[in-house]
Design a protein around this ligand. Structure first.
Ligand code: 5AD
Length: 431
């Protein structure tokens, strides 16, 4: 679903007799415009509505409007005359679409308050200019925590003995997806599992077909390394995208923490998925042991080269009983820098605030992420009793999702067609 924007009502025109639709003049995001309100009652000057694409979808209280406006608050004007000219030059070339490895590493390196504020403000401005206030909330269903891999960082690795393993049945998955779309208003669902071959290609295809038959939604598959034939069949069954991280662009680092897997194979698979016509959501882990700022710069350059439509990058979080348990977590600040630079590199990409950032920063992670260039959130739809057992890392954050869902745009509010168009626009890759 999309996040709607609060608008203050300035005046309300009388609806034509027999019509449910009235024109209202509102002020939203600093602009005054006349929009349509369909089937809403009790609208009056001084009141508030939530709107999306020039349509008021619901009346809300001033308090609720304040809650969301605080999130979208524009940055204050800053005096950038004191900025290091080298730093300003990098930002200038970024806005001309040219960011080099050295430039990115320089941006990643900064700890200077003014430079950081300028970077985040610039990313926020790019987000606003290119995507307007189009925020989305997507849902993720973690349908199995079984995995055949041994990734050094992951709490669900095959040999983790403290994990209570579960597998949702196809019926359960289809039911949860249908409910999320039809009742809760989600439009994009990620179906995620470990690399779990209990689910055959045919089972995955069947799950996708059944979900697509029952409701209208974009489905992104995040089921790990499977054959290209499997990905082809899932695409034909109706999957739109894949969420498949390359984890790190440093081949030596990749191979050292993924026993039995190969960096080259993973990149080949990603390229194959792209060639199949999938929207690609991909990215990397921030703060892996031995990872340098140049590695992170390469990660971002690789994301662009792969033509990702959605960035998926989050901080490393150490997980007990894994080989990297004693290694320190990736920082929230570094993650925000990655979000901001990704926005400069890929102005129209979807950049979600990842659960890992929310986990280290809680509610503030969402606000900080969204004001540093991110434009979507990923909410957990995994049902109880499974939810707590999908422990890629400990203490995953799931707070206040109802508060956010309140601002989501629900199916009955606007025609699906309009949303679909917007969605495809948002998924167009930056050329
Ligand atoms: N910290 C951060 N991210 C992790 N992932 C797995 N384990 C961790 C961890 N400990 C990420 C990987 C994987 C995604 C599903 O979760 O990047 O692709």
């Amino acid at each position: 679903m999309c996040l709607t924007i609060p608008a203050k009502i300035l005046s309300v025109e009388k609806p034509l007799p027999g019509s449910k639709s009235a024109n209202i003049t509102v002020e939203a995001s600093g602009a005054v415009k006349t929009i349509k309100a369909v089937g809403l009652t009790g609208l009056r000057p001084g009141g508030w509505v939530l709107c999306a694409y020039n349509t008021a979808v619901r009346a809300i209280s001033e308090h609720d409007a304040g809650e969301i406006l605080a999130l979208l608050e524009p940055k204050m004007h800053m005096d950038t005359t004191a900025l290091d000219p080298g730093f300003s030059d990098i930002l200038k070339s970024a806005s001309a679409g040219e960011l080099t490895r050295e430039g990115i590493a320089r941006l990643l390196k900064t700890e200077d308050k003014l430079e950081l504020e300028t970077l985040f403000a610039e990313a926020n401005t790019v987000r606003q200019a290119r995507l307007k206030d189009f925020f989305c909330i997507h849902g993720i269903i973690e349908f199995s925590n079984c995995c055949v891999r041994e990734c050094f960082y992951c709490g669900l690795r095959r040999s983790s003995e403290d994990v209570l393993r579960y597998r949702m049945t196809p019926d359960e998955i289809v039911a949860v997806a249908g409910d999320a779309v039809k009742r809760r208003g989600y439009k994009l669902l990620v179906l995620q599992s470990g690399d779990d071959f209990y689910y055959t290609d045919e089972m995955l295809v069947d799950i996708i077909r059944r979900i697509k038959k029952g409701c209208k939604a974009f489905i992104f598959m995040s089921v790990g390394e499977r054959s290209l034939e499997c990905y082809k069949a899932m695409k034909e069954a109706g999957a739109s995208g894949v969420l498949f991280r390359f984890e790190t662009s440093n081949k030596r680092l990749y191979d050292s923490i993924h026993p039995g897997q190969s960096y080259d194979k993973r990149i080949q698979l990603l390229k194959g998925m792209k060639a199949l016509g999938y929207y690609i959501a991909s990215g990397f882990i921030i703060g892996l042991p031995g990872q340098t700022l140049e590695d992170l710069a390469d990660d971002m350059i690789l994301m662009k080269a792969l033509g990702v439509s959605m960035v998926s990058a989050g901080p490393f979080i150490p997980c007990a009983l894994t080989p990297l348990a004693g290694h320190k977590a990736g920082g929230a600040m570094m993650t925000l820098k990655v979000i901001a630079i990704s926005r400069l590199l890929l102005p129209r990409a979807k950049i979600p605030v990842t659960t890992a950032l929310e986990t280290i920063e809680n509610e503030d992670g969402r606000r900080l992420g969204l004001s540093s260039g991110a434009n979507s959130l990923m909410f957990n739809l995994t049902p109880e009793p499974y939810r707590g057992d999908y422990r890629i890392y400990p203490d995953k954050y799931h707070g206040r999702e109802e508060m956010w869902e309140k601002y989501g745009l629900f199916k009955e509010a606007l025609s699906y067609k309009m949303l679909e168009k917007k969605m495809f626009e948002a998924f167009e890759t930056d050329k």
